[in-house]
Design a protein around this ligand. Structure first.
Ligand SMILES: [Zn+2]
Length: 379
């Protein structure tokens, strides 16, 4: 099977990939809405069965069920793990103001880029392998989860246990803005700084009060001081709240902090610093809670080698692959952190993830599906 054949085959499937993507996007799947996500999940499961997969539905009471599809199970080589998610950040009803529409080479709509295009591409790749009666060198395990957009609280264990038995992970999340694959991702942490002061009448007895807001202001500055551009560590106090009304010395205040770090070592440094914040104002109490929910995906030599292989396979298709890093996290962070060589950002070209202008480039669907098929065939 020469490489141009794969690309031609995927070009012939272009219309059906697009039609399937349109159908996926027309089913709204906000994380946490079990009925909505399961509606799409059951259709995906049926499609996987049709494509020859052994489907396992992993029940999840706290949201949509997760889906595992095992394909080409004849060989006992460790499988390729293909990772994605069917949930989106978009609430039910978004389609009314943001319908799925084609606009030139763009297909716009909630979830098309992040990341329903990846699922449509996977189906085309699996269908082509099946039609061509080609047996890939290793089994393929597809895992599509239902809670990636909220930090994967119920799927993390599943992702990690499948990662432990796999040869590598191919993550169908959107690529970098220039189409590059993601070979490094920052880890993502979330912390809450809670301050307790003492309430008092602001006019009659202010000296009896301890202002939680003043104390929080000090802590916000300390947290911001942990930003370290050289190390790639970012700290953003994204939410502050506190107090009751203007004539009361505030007894309570809190801040929610987003933290990103490039390496596991840097993540530990910033985590330790945040957890050891101590009060400055006499009488105030400071409690910090939280941690890194996604560990950094570091570009290990194994990941670099996997990219080199992928780049060569891409060249065989006439595609020049590039790589880069991002501050955003994905489930690829989990597979990489346990040492599994991981290639992320294999989804369709486009833009506007989590934004009103979310779209994919229709012309990229066959190319990226061909790349995925070739990776499944050759890695
Ligand atoms: Zn995503």
């Amino acid at each position: 099977m020469d490489d141009p054949t794969i690309l031609e085959a995927m070009r012939r499937k272009g219309t059906s990939i697009l039609a399937e993507l349109r159908a996926f996007a027309s089913w709204e799947t906000p994380s946490g809405d079990k009925a909505a996500v399961d509606h799409m999940g059951s259709r995906v499961a049926a499609r996987w069965t049709e494509l020859g997969g052994a489907v396992e539905i992993v029940p999840n009471e706290r949201g949509g069920d997760h889906l595992i599809g095992r394909f080409f199970g004849e060989s006992d080589a460790p499988p390729a793990l293909v990772l994605g998610h069917i949930d989106t950040v978009w609430p039910l009803g978004t389609l009314a103001r943001m319908p799925v529409v084609g606009y030139g080479d763009q297909l716009r709509g909630p979830g098309v880029y992040d990341m329903k295009a990846g699922l449509a591409m996977l189906h085309a790749a699996l269908e082509w392998l099946r039609e061509s009666a080609i047996r890939p060198p290793r089994p393929i395990t597809a895992l599509f989860t239902a809670d990636e957009e909220i930090g994967s609280p119920t799927s993390r264990g599943l992702i990690e246990s499948l990662a432990r038995e796999s040869a590598h992970a191919l993550v169908l999340e959107p690529p970098l803005a220039d189409g590059g694959l993601k070979t490094a991702r920052k880890g993502v942490g979330r912390f809450t700084i809670r301050v307790e002061g003492r309430a008092a009448h602001a006019g009659v007895a202010p000296e009896q009060g301890v202002s939680a807001i003043l104390e929080l202001a000090h802590q916000v500055i300390r947290a911001h001081d942990l930003n370290d551009a050289a190390a790639g560590t970012t700290v953003n106090v994204g939410v502050v709240r506190g107090g009751t009304t203007s004539n009361v010395v505030p007894a309570e205040a809190e801040a929610v902090v987003d933290v990103r770090a490039t390496t596991i070592a840097a993540a530990k440094v910033v985590e330790r610093a945040l957890l050891s914040l101590r009060p400055i104002t006499p009488g105030a109490k400071v409690v910090v809670e939280g941690g890194f929910n996604r560990p950094p995906m570091e570009r290990t030599p194994a990941i670099a080698a996997l990219f080199e292989q992928a780049a060569e396979i891409g060249l065989g298709l006439g595609l020049k692959l590039t790589e880069g890093s991002t501050g955003g996290g994905s489930d690829g962070n989990f597979t990489a952190a346990i040492g599994l060589p991981t290639l992320d950002g294999l989804g369709a070209f486009g833009g506007g993830a989590h934004a009103d202008h979310e779209h994919i480039l229709i012309s990229s669907l066959p190319e990226r599906a061909a790349l995925l098929a070739a990776l499944l065939l050759k890695l």
